[in-house]
Design a protein around this ligand. Structure first.
Ligand code: TXE
Length: 500
């Protein structure tokens, strides 16, 4: 072990080698100023390890490496089929190391181990394999004009892509970003969130082992305002892809405006879940629980506003409360019994509890939870929280809390339900429960959202486009649509006339 790799033993007893450097040009290096920051275990609030934080100079070194990879034969001229093979190899290596990766994810982020292993890692491997298949299946077109002209298009990579990701799904977010970028032949600077820097670093050695040429994928940890901002402003970064808060997305748009970068953004949400009078109430309650309480409520598409028809309000509330009370076991994320681990950081934990105060002051009724759930006094645990008697003017109806925190309001008509659902600056996910086929599709078309789930919630899939409207983002990830952001189209005109 060197000071760039540390042997660690996780709380579940797994010992592994944790890289802590910057991953640039397929090598581990220290940051140019030697600066580091600590990653904290949200379960016991202890430091796990410190990792190097990239400076603007380090970002510049990585951008040069990425640019050289794009120009070099080993990546720039690699046949698309071979590019796909490298991605498949990486997916295989991730799968072979999934227990270690899930362990790191749970330790660093606090999500239940079974979820990290079975859901997150499954999605990471699936996403990379899905996009690997596209590497040699994206073509240009031949366009008919006249017999005097041959016109065709070719798809080219955008170039060096800065990818700034959040902490709620550290590995899945990396895969969502890397998959389409690599399939289209780009080179990448990936910046994980400073709250969860560890799992993405573990990918570095797997990237080398898979055979990716140096510089194609670079992984740089560091604070958003330093490392992230250096990526967003660097003149040789062609694109920024970001997932995180709407507030930071606004900053990134401004930073990237100086060099007019290609941008895709996936930001916040306050997604509604509508329960109509003809809904199957148990089904609605089950999905409503999944839709807000999974992943400690830290999901951008969490259906955090539940809107229920007057006629079934009491029945739904009883069914929903009973799901929350019987399923949402809060505790040690390494225990098989646990449904909900700690919030990712003290700041997020305090944010959730501060919204409990806001809700009480606004006059809403605290129906469940609203308190810390740290049995030992340590750890960022929050009781699953439900507010009723919530009205649209309240902040808890409008603002993203990003925790196990849901508000419930009533409606009387379909038109009112749609109006309430759309009364938001966000437009990410939405869900609706009804047994009326016509109503289901009619309402789906009226909801201002990038995604609508009919009779489910947060049932996302890497084969299906994901993204938002309004202030929930720009562009789409996942599915075939996710490739659009990562290539440009060059039009080639050939004059076929022998002379003018
Ligand atoms: O997010 P940030 P934070 C929401 C959620 C949460 C709130 C705050 O409501 O409570 O955001 O979380 C990088 N230039 N979501 O503060 O700041 C940062 O280093 C360039 C929703 O953690 O958006 C990290 O890598 N980059 C969400 C990433 O941006 C900057 C997921 C996200 O951090 C930067 C997470 C800057 N100036 C939070 N400042 C979702 N949509 O899923 C920060 N970053």
């Amino acid at each position: 072990m060197s000071d760039l790799t540390v042997s660690l033993t996780a709380p579940n007893g797994r010992t592994y080698s944790q890289p802590v450097g910057l991953f640039i040009n397929n090598k581990w290096v220290k940051s140019s100023d030697g600066g580091k920051f600590a990653s904290i275990n949200p379960t016991d609030e202890k430091e796990i390890v410190s990792v190097y934080a990239a400076t603007a100079d380090d970002v510049d070194t990585a951008v040069k490496a990425a640019r050289a990879a794009l120009k070099g034969d080993a990546w720039g001229d690699l046949p698309a089929t071979d590019r796909g093979q490298l991605m498949l190899k990486l997916a295989d290596l991730i799968e072979a190391n999934k227990e270690t990766l899930a362990t790191i994810e749970t330790w660093d982020n606090g999500k239940p181990y079974s979820v990290a292993l079975n859901e997150d890692l499954g999605e990471v491997v699936g996403t990379l394999r899905y996009y690997a298949g596209y590497a040699d299946k994206r073509f240009g077109q031949v366009i008919e004009t006249s017999s005097d002209k041959l016109a065709y298009t070719v798809r080219e990579p955008v170039g060096v892509c800065g990818q700034i990701i959040p902490w709620n799904y550290p590995l899945s977010m990396a895969a969502w970003k890397l998959g389409p970028a690599l399939a289209c032949g780009n080179a990448v600077i990936l910046k994980p969130a400073e709250q969860t820097p560890l799992s993405a670093l573990f990918l570095g050695n797997l990237i080398v082992e898979a055979g990716f040429p140096p510089g194609v994928i670079n992984i740089l940890n560091g604070p958003g305002a330093v490392t992230g901002a250096a990526i967003a402003t660097h003149p040789n970064v062609d694109k920024v892809a970001f997932t995180g808060s709407t507030a930071t997305a606004r900053i990134i748009m401004k930073l990237a405006a100086g060099t007019l970068k290609n941008i895709t953004l996936e930001t916040g949400g306050k997604s509604p879940l509508l329960v109509f009078e003809d809904a199957e109430i148990d089904l609605a309650a089950e999905w409503a629980h999944i839709g807000i309480m999974s992943n400690q409520g830290q999901i951008c598409t969490a259906t955090s506003r539940i809107l229920v028809h007057d006629a079934v309000y009491d029945k739904f509330l009883e069914a929903f409360r009973s799901k929350v009370q019987s399923i949402s076991k809060v505790g040690d994320p390494f225990s098989d019994e646990t449904f909900q681990g700690p919030q990712v950081t003290k700041a997020q934990y305090e944010r959730v509890l501060s919204y409990v105060d806001v809700g009480k002051k606004e006059g809403a009724t605290l129906s469940l939870g609203g308190v810390s759930a740290a049995a030992s006094g340590k750890g960022f645990f929050v009781e699953p929280t439900v507010f009723t008697n919530v009205t649209p003017k309240m902040r808890i109806f409008q603002e993203e809390v990003f925790g196990p925190f849901v508000v419930i309001a009533r409606f009387k008509t379909e038109a009112e339900a749609i109006e309430l659902a759309n009364d938001s600056e966000y437009g990410l996910g939405s869900a609706l429960f009804t047994t009326d086929l016509t109503r289901a599709h009619r309402v789906a078309r009226k909801l201002e959202a990038g995604m609508v789930w009919i009779n489910s919630s947060n049932d996302s899939d890497f084969r299906i486009p994901f993204g938002g409207v309004k202030q929930s983002g720009i562009g789409r990830e996942l599915g075939e649509a996710g490739l659009e952001a990562y290539s440009t189209i060059k039009a080639i005109h050939v004059n076929m006339k022998p002379r003018l």
